[in-house]
Design a protein around this ligand. Structure first.
Ligand code: CP3
Length: 376
């Protein structure tokens, strides 16, 4: 090889190393990869289990942190976010961690004020009232204002030292739009639903704006070290099947397709993606066709029926009723064992059918995790 050829190769390999190192980081090797294997349909040593809101108010140590720090301060401070992300892993033999944050950090990054009120939940003092309010949103640069989430993810990957995979997440467009218009949680979503019929074009504009930000946000999370991504469409439960399919689903599909394309074009390995559309058990076949690897189920769905609907090539996640966690340890063990046996050992991730609630006894979590691991 002549000297010019060698030089050329040297420069090329360095460009490659430079490009590679800008989009991937050196993290400790994964010791427990059951979650990722379940996501890919590979054999597992044991059924993986994690719990939505596993870092939350049922843990006294979480309450302690929250006594000292406002909710969004915890989200925005990587050391605090990592501390609470780690809390459930210190107590339970979980197979995944999920970065501590909230779906509402996107509306915040658009310039909206979001407060977390004790006993109430999230409050937007100035929700979107009419389409004219869309011009107040600042989607440009939103992902840069969310860099603290990426910092927390990278820090957490190092702290985990390969113990279990780290999950990143986002809210889906319809769910975020709902909070932005309702100004908080809502039993009826009446204002957000009125937008669908009164302002269809502005609805599309808002959902598209959110989709663009979500794709940027998830790309950033993968680059920071997220090993699986979950998209929460928690407010799907408010939509008819027709509205879910026509209004929510196209954007959910776009998120998957655009992110896949974005990562592929930069030669960044794809990570498995979960769609959790609460209350959309009516459309499992349609959800299975969107390209997501994992479909999250709420507790209203029967495991065996869900499997028939989605076919053999999708991983299912769920779906114990969070209220079952208030039953006796014996009852919980029996319900969990039944659930895991119905789902089976392949392509299954055990979880609740929604977030764990604040009064849940710690022992219920211990029993849940142990019963999942011993069921098969
Ligand atoms: O799962 C985890 O451990 C990661 C952390 C996480 C939180 N919120 C922390 C949180 C995740 C994944 C979320 C997602 C989220 N946030 C969703 C989708 C999942 C779902 O529950 O449907 C939604 C709709 C939100 C918005 C939100 N944040 C609501 C409606 C509330 C209040 C409801 C409640 O449980 O009080 C929150 C607050 C919130 N987010 C808490 C936690 C631990 C509790 C608030 C506190 O500490 O004061």
């Amino acid at each position: 090889m002549d000297i010019f050829c060698k030089l050329h190769l040297f420069i090329l390999s360095n460009i490659f190393i430079f490009e590679y190192s800008t989009c991937t980081k050196d993290f400790p090797p994964l010791k427990n990869d059951n979650l990722l294997r379940a996501a890919r349909g590979e054999p597992v040593d044991r059924v993986p289990v994690w719990v939505m809101r596993q870092a939350g108010r049922y843990l006294p140590e979480f309450q302690e942190v929250r006594k000292q720090h406002d909710f969004f301060t915890v989200c925005r401070t990587p050391e605090l976010a990592c501390e609470v992300t780690m809390q459930p892993l210190r107590r339970f033999d979980l197979d995944a961690s999920i970065i501590f944050s909230d779906i509402l950090v996107i509306p915040q990054a658009f310039g909206m004020t979001v407060e977390m009120h004790a006993g109430v939940g999230p409050v937007f003092p100035e929700p979107l009232q009419t389409p004219a309010d869309l011009s107040k949103l600042k989607p440009e640069g939103a992902v840069d204002r969310l860099s603290y989430v990426g910092d927390a993810i990278t820090m957490m990957r190092h702290l985990l030292d390969g113990r279990v995979p780290l999950i990143g997440f986002t809210g889906a467009p319809w769910t975020l739009m709902g909070y932005m218009i309702e100004g908080g949680g809502s039993k009826t979503m009446s204002k957000a639903k009125a937008w669908l019929t009164d302002y269809p074009e502005d609805t599309k504009k808002l959902l598209t704006m959110l989709t663009t930000a979500i794709v940027d946000y998830l790309e950033m999370q993968v680059k920071a070290g997220a090993q699986l991504l979950q998209v929460f469409e928690s407010s799907a439960e408010h939509l008819t099947k027709e509205d879910f399919l026509n209004i929510a689903v196209p954007y959910i599909k776009d998120i998957h397709d655009k992110l896949t394309q974005r990562l592929t074009s930069q030669s960044i390995p794809l990570v498995p993606m979960t769609l959790f559309a609460k209350g959309a058990g009516h459309s499992l076949k349609e959800q299975a066709a969107l390209g997501y690897d994992i479909i999250g189920l709420d507790w209203t769905v029967d495991p065996e029926e869900a499997r028939k609907e989605v076919g053999p090539n999708i991983t299912l996640q769920g779906n114990l009723d969070p209220q079952d966690m208030y039953k006796t340890p014996e009852e919980i063990r029996s319900l969990v064992t039944d659930m895991v046996r119905k789902f089976g050992k392949t392509r299954y991730i055990a979880n609740l059918g929604h977030g764990i609630t604040p009064q849940t006894p710690i022992v219920s979590m211990e029993v849940l995790v142990d019963a999942v691991h011993k069921a098969l």
